[in-house]
Every structure is written in C-alpha cells, then in structure tokens.
Ligand binder design. Structure first.
Ligand code: HEC
Length: 139
C-alpha cells in the first residue's frame, strides 16, 4: 500500500511539474514550419530550396549589400556589422543554438535586415529558402 501511495505521489508530482514548465522556446524547425504555412498561401509555392537560399544570402542586392555583408559568406562563423564593426554571433543554428528559437526575434530581424538589403521585406519564400539553407550549414 505504501508503495502504491508513493507511486501515486510521484505521478502527481511529475504531472504538476510538467504543467508548471513555462512554454518552451521554438525550435528552428518549428520556425521554418511557421514560415512554410505562410508561404503555402502564396500562389505557385513549391517548397523551399537551400540552394536558392544560399544564392539569395550571398548576392548583393541594393546598396551593394548582401546578407553576408554582415553575417559573412560562412553563416557558421562570427559576423561583423558592415557599418559599426560590432561582432555578430554566428547565424547558423548548428553554430549558435539560440538562433531561430524566438519567433518574435526572427520576425524583427528579418524585417530590419531585409529592408536594409532589399528596401522591402523578404517574402515568405525568401525567408524559408534562407532558413532552409542555414539549416544545412554545419560547423
Ligand atoms: C548591416 C548588417 C546586417 C545585414 C546586411 C544583415 N544582417 Fe541579419 N542581423 C544583423 C544584426 C546586427 C542582427 C542582430 C544581432 C544578433 O542577433 O546577433 C541580425 C540578426 C539576424 C537574424 C535573427 C536570427 C535569430 O534568430 O537570432 C536573422 C534571421 C537575420 N539577421 C537574417 C538576415 C538576412 C536574411 C539578411 C539578408 C537579407 C541579413 N540578415 C542581413 C545584421 C545584419
């Protein structure tokens, strides 16, 4: 009887503990899934491509700027802000586990950086291609 009670207490404790755990941050694959559901609503959407993402990332768009101007051609490496010289931690999730774990942060920086580089926001297709590429980059 004592043993049964002990197990019951244990179950209750574990369940309560789980319920009290704060909502976990997103995983990069979940962020990608969210971008995908956005992109799926666009006409002609046929999935994301790491190759297209890499090209987009490394191509100079407006103002002679590319994503790699600050994040470098190797997203697993530390970057440097093209204007302020401030150090930027690696963008690839394999090299920096904090990347693409906070939907709000991702949205904020995509918006700001795409506006700097393209003078417009990135489309869901572009964002998904870039993240698909970044997920293929290893340390
Ligand atoms: C002028 C410099 C600069 C350029 C160009 C730039 N970025 Fe960034 N990027 C930053 C800085 C600064 C941060 C925020 C600091 C940090 O998170 O380390 C950042 C953060 C990000 C993040 C946040 C990721 C996360 O989860 O932490 C994403 C996504 C991103 N950049 C994508 C891009 C893409 C895509 C391009 C090209 C369209 C681009 N950046 C071009 C400077 C730049």
């Amino acid at each position: 009887m004592l043993r049964v009670n002990f197990i019951l207490v244990l179950i209750v404790a574990v369940t309560a503990g789980l319920a009290a755990t704060p909502a976990l941050a997103e995983m990069p694959v979940e962020v990608l899934a969210a971008i995908k559901s956005e992109a799926s609503g666009m006409p002609g959407f046929q999935g994301f491509s790491a190759e297209r993402g890499e090209k987009f990332f490394k191509t100079k768009h407006n103002h002679n700027l590319s994503c790699s101007s600050c994040h470098t051609d190797n997203p697993a490496a530390q970057g440097k802000h093209s204007e302020t010289d401030k150090v930027i931690k690696p963008l690839a999730p394999a090299a920096n586990e904090e990347r693409f774990t906070d939907m709000k942060k991702v949205a904020k920086w995509f918006k700001r950086n795409c506006n700097d580089v393209l003078d417009r926001e990135c489309t869901p297709q572009e964002k998904g291609d870039v993240l698909t590429y970044l997920l293929t980059v290893h340390k």
